[in-house]
Design a protein around this ligand. Structure first.
Ligand SMILES: [Fe+2]
Ligand SMILES: [Fe+2]
Length: 281
């Protein structure tokens, strides 16, 4: 499954964690056999994950755009190399989630207007925000993806409910989000280092990201005649999601600390475990 094309040296971060190698991989996926409710036959959580996937291709291209804008201002050699790997990983995620979004189309979900809308919103933001604001947006969203990814990697009760092929996609993506979680942040610190904008942007992104994902999930669920009536499954989903939110809250709040750095959330052991699980040849 693994095709590593770019492996960079590991180093120890200032927080004592082993700064992992950032490897660009090109796994192949086949979603032909994926059931509509690929998360344990649960419509709400399946649609929630699909909602996230629908935002990824345009969102991750925006991340790449925001980092690429300022990469020539990065002086640290290791960080320059990390930026290249970050761009490579996010580009692969965009491609894989486009394939996944094609699966959503094949099962009859009306997702193209949502994807088009995402594209228009991202293009608009690109035209309005400064390079600093764009990178602060990326840092905020990368914090969300990193803490969700770590939860997914660590909680077997959650990830074991995914259909195996969906699990391969989500766990690969989760692993790489933990591998590159500090890259945009380190670039922001080196180039701008504006704590006020960093924290203010997180407050704005928290509202817009959560409301956008909730809106898309609700849209998918309401347009799904069979799925929307499964009240027992909705109850189970709400319990699992409230557990997830409770678990993520402290890690989310850490972002507002003055000395926050993504490496303070130690994901070395779990990332190593998943590298061995997914990519041992
Ligand atoms: Fe990604
Ligand atoms: Fe990322």
């Amino acid at each position: 499954m693994q095709s590593a094309v770019d492996t960079l040296d590991a180093k120890t971060s200032s927080f004592g964690t082993q700064r992992h190698m950032i490897t660009v991989r090109r796994p192949e996926f086949n979603f032909d056999e994926l059931p509509k409710y690929y998360f344990n036959n649960n419509p709400l959580i399946s649609h929630l994950l699909t909602a996230l996937s629908l935002t990824f291709p345009n969102g991750e291209r925006f991340f790449v755009h925001s980092v690429r804008n300022v990469r020539d201002q990065v002086k640290t050699k290791k960080l320059q190399a990390d930026v290249s790997a970050f761009i490579g990983q996010e580009a692969m995620h965009s491609h894989a989630h486009e394939d996944f979004n094609d699966f959503a189309k094949r099962i009859g979900l009306d997702v193209q207007p949502i994807i088009d809308d995402e594209h228009d919103k991202v293009e608009k933001i690109k035209g309005i925000l400064s390079n600093k604001q764009k990178l602060a947006v990326t840092c905020a969203l990368e914090h969300f993806t990193a803490i969700i990814a770590q939860y997914l990697l660590e909680n077997k009760d959650f990830h074991s409910q995914l259909h195996p092929e969906a699990a391969r996609l989500w766990m690969w993506h989760a692993l790489e989000e933990t591998e590159h979680k500090a890259v945009a942040f380190d670039v922001y610190k080196e180039v701008f280092n504006d704590e006020v904008v960093r924290k203010r942007t997180m407050r704005i992104i928290t509202t817009t990201f959560l409301s956008r994902i909730s809106f898309i999930t609700a849209k998918l669920l309401l347009s799904d005649k069979n799925g929307r009536k499964q009240w027992k499954q909705h109850w189970i989903a709400m319990q699992q999601l409230s557990q997830l939110a409770k678990s993520l809250l402290p890690a989310y709040l850490d972002y507002y600390k003055q000395d926050f750095h993504p490496d303070q959330h130690d994901s070395d052991a779990v990332a190593e475990k998943w590298r061995n699980t997914l990519f041992v040849v």
